[in-house]
Write a protein that binds this ligand. Structure first.
Ligand code: IPE
Ligand code: IPE
Ligand code: MG
Length: 243
């Protein structure tokens, strides 16, 4: 058993990238990489629960991923069905509360229903908040929140002067969650790809070379240790500099 991390972030968010390259290295189709990626999701969720992490958010499908070939999108959707069917019982047993953030209106009806069922089935759970960003885009999310506030203002229900960052954040999909303090991206790419743009304003970013299917308990532990060693300032100066 690895030792418990000393300083746990409140919210870890992960851009799970590199499934295709993992498969390519093995001369397998990209879909095989996504399947292996599901195993990494399972292991990472279990590890996060065991560590006592309060919030874990996983980027599973972006609003731009619809641009991929139809067969790949179909395979990814099929995997989500498999995941919901095979893992829900364990998540319920682990007292996990599931949420899905994203557009919702564009996915197939049966997946939409699975999303609703998984959320209602775990709504009373008090353990880790597990959120999947699925058909999610940060810019879309910000625009939707803006549109809602603009409509309220146009209809005279909202004074524009009362719009604050806090009020704005309440209109985002993540309104029930604290902001992520650690955002991890696997596969060596150094970008956010439209993930939690507003919410990551002060997140610590960690880019690791590991391809997502190879991520798991040890990699999560290492990431959290690296977070614990960082100095966060939020625009201020640290206490030693003040003294
Ligand atoms: C991440 O792996 C999974 C999704 C985006 C759904 P990729 O499929 O992007 O893998 P690479 O980046 O091609 O290796
Ligand atoms: C980001 O990965 C989306 C997910 C991990 C779900 P991509 O592989 O789609 O991102 P880009 O295209 O390399 O920026
Ligand atoms: Mg990728």
């Amino acid at each position: 058993m690895s030792k418990a991390p000393t300083h746990l972030p409140k919210h870890v968010a992960i851009i799970m990238d590199g499934n295709g390259r993992w498969a390519k290295k093995r001369h397998l189709p990209r879909e095989a990489g996504h399947y292996a990626g599901m195993g990494a999701v399972r292991e990472t969720v279990r590890a996060a629960c065991d560590m006592g992490l309060e919030n874990l958010t996983l980027f599973a499908f972006s609003s731009e991923n619809w641009k991929r070939p139809k067969t790949e999108v179909g395979a990814l959707m099929a995997l989500f069905r498999v995941y919901f069917r095979s893992d829900m019982d364990e998540l319920v047993e682990r007292n996990v509360r599931m949420r899905i953030i994203g557009h919702r209106g564009r996915v197939a009806g049966d997946i939409h229903q699975m999303i609703l069922d998984s959320e209602s089935r775990t709504a009373q759970n008090t353990g880790m908040n597990l959120t999947f960003a699925f058909d999610y885009g940060g810019q879309e999310e910000i625009v939707a929140a803006t549109r809602e506030l603009a409509r309220a203002a146009a209809e005279g229900r909202l004074d524009p002067e009362t719009i604050t960052p806090e009020l704005f954040a309440q209109r985002l999909f993540t309104n029930a969650l604290p902001e992520p303090d650690l955002v991890i991206r696997t596969s060596g790419e150094h970008r956010l790809s439209n993930f939690l743009l507003w919410q990551s304003a002060y997140a610590e970013l960690l880019f690791v070379d590991t391809l997502w299917p190879d991520f798991g308990r040890d990699a999560l532990q290492k990431a959290i240790e690296s977070f614990a060693a960082r100095e966060r300032r939020f625009g201020a100066v640290n206490s030693e500099a003040v003294a």
